[in-house]
Structures are given as C-alpha cells and as structure tokens.
Design a binder for this molecule. Sequence first.
Ligand code: ADP
Ligand code: 5GP
Length: 247
Amino acid sequence: MAGILFIISAPSGSGKSTLVSELRKQVSGVDFSISWTTRPPRGSEENGREYNFTTKEEFERMISERKFLEYAQVFGDHYYGTARQSLDDARRLGHDLLLDIDVQGAAQVRASLPEAVSMFVLPPTPKVLRTRLRNRMRAEGNVNEEELHRRLNEARKEIENYRNYSYILINDILDRAVAQLEAIVLSERYYRNAEPIAYRASRVLEVAAGCRLSNSRERLKPVLEAFGIEGGSGQQQLPFGEDLDDD
Ligand code: ADP
Ligand code: 5GP
C-alpha cells in the first residue's frame, strides 16, 4: 500500500500543532515529519522532537546538498525545511506522512508531488487568533509584542492562499476540528487505498466531503470577511486594530 502525503498549513497560532497532536493520538499509521529549522527552540521544545534545530550555516549546506524536499524562510529570517529523508522513510514503511509546513513550502511540494492532500486551517476570527497567540506566549513565559504583531500581520497574507488547498478546517471548537481532520485522513485512505472505515463510515465520508474547498464557501465567508479578504462579503473589519478588546 502506498502512503499518502498530507500537508497541513495555517497561520501561526491557529491551532495546527494542537490538531496534529490530537490526530496522532487517534489515528495510527501517520508519520509526522520533523522539520529542520534555524529558529531557536521555544518553551519546552526539544531538539529532535518538535524540530531538528540547526544553524544557518548547516541549513545552507543541506540546501546545497539538495537534502530538502522543500524549504522556505518564514517570518523573514529563519529557515524551515522538510528533509527528503522523511518522505523516503515513510514510503519505505508504506506509512502516510504529514507535513506541517507554511504556504510557500506547500506550494513547492504541490508542484513536485501533485498527489499530496493539502489542508488549510483557519482561526475563526482575527481576535481569536490574537488571543491564542498571546496565550501561547504567556504559557511559554515570553509575551513578545513585536513577534505577536509580526505573526498577526503575516496571518492575513497566508490566509489568502486558502484557495490552493484541497480541504479547509476552521478551528473554532477543537473537538469538531479534530473530528474533521480525522475524517479527511480516513476518507482519503478509503478512496485511494480502498481501506475500510471501522466506525460510522458514511458519516466520516460526509464530514470529510463537507471540508473540501469546493464545499466550504458558506463556512469560509464569515472568516474571510473578518480578515478583510476578498471572497467574503467585502465588508472589511480592521483585522488587528484598536477596536479589538485587549485580552
Ligand atoms: P499553531 O501550531 O497553529 O501555531 P497551536 O496549536 O500552538 O498553534 O495553538 C495556539 C494556541 O491556541 C495554543 O495555546 C492552543 O492550546 C490553543 N488552541 C488551539 N486550538 C484551540 C481551540 N480550538 N480552541 C481554543 N484554543 C485552542
Ligand atoms: P513555528 O515557528 O511557529 O513553529 O512555525 C512557523 C511556521 O513555519 C509555521 O507556519 C509552520 O507550519 C512552518 N514550518 C514548520 N516547519 C516547516 C518546514 O519544514 N517547511 C516550511 N516551509 N515551513 C515550515
């Protein structure tokens, strides 16, 4: 059985890591690619667990040796990349592989591996995104307002790429978003590998189908509107302006 390559992207703070860790608890046979990065570890992160942390020099050496399936500079200065080795390992084992990568990396992977299944996670509103980012920074003991602002400004630009993804997840209620992510994985396995779905198959297929980009217009509309992105009704709110209550 050939493994499926899943890509998940989202603006920072949308809850992508939370969703992925829930998925890993509930669905077996999905390997998670540990990216390489030149950014320093955050909070309780450990080398080799969340990321392989490395230096700019080492990363650039790996680029020149064509070690990366994709790589990008995210938020300006730091490199992030997926080693080809991750894909080779998953393929050898016949496992699915999940890449948590940004919109630039996703575009590179789609170009070289068009069969990849891509999923885009959105927060329900800019205000919720700001709260989640700030809470995470608080939990990690480092509320950096400049970094917060930078990530919020990036979010709108990243969200504009939602159109390039096969599936849309709006991470409002966590349990629902986790169930949708799980349904997408199970339904892709069902359609591509004829793998049976153990529990409530028709419901799982229905949930996954509802997340397809083509079926997500109604769910997306208020979110795009709140971020002031074309495709909403055109009524623009200030995404992160003074009108938002402080959290
Ligand atoms: P990302 O990986 O997209 O940067 P995280 O998974 O680290 O985001 O989530 C950012 C913060 O939001 C974390 O503190 C997490 O616990 C919280 N969070 C994630 N999903 C939800 C949700 N559905 N409801 C409330 N809080 C959430
Ligand atoms: P963070 O610093 O919050 O862990 O991640 C910042 C961004 O980098 C996220 O959007 C995340 O998906 C992205 N990212 C993580 N690993 C990779 C990778 O290997 N390649 C690319 N292109 N982006 C990555």
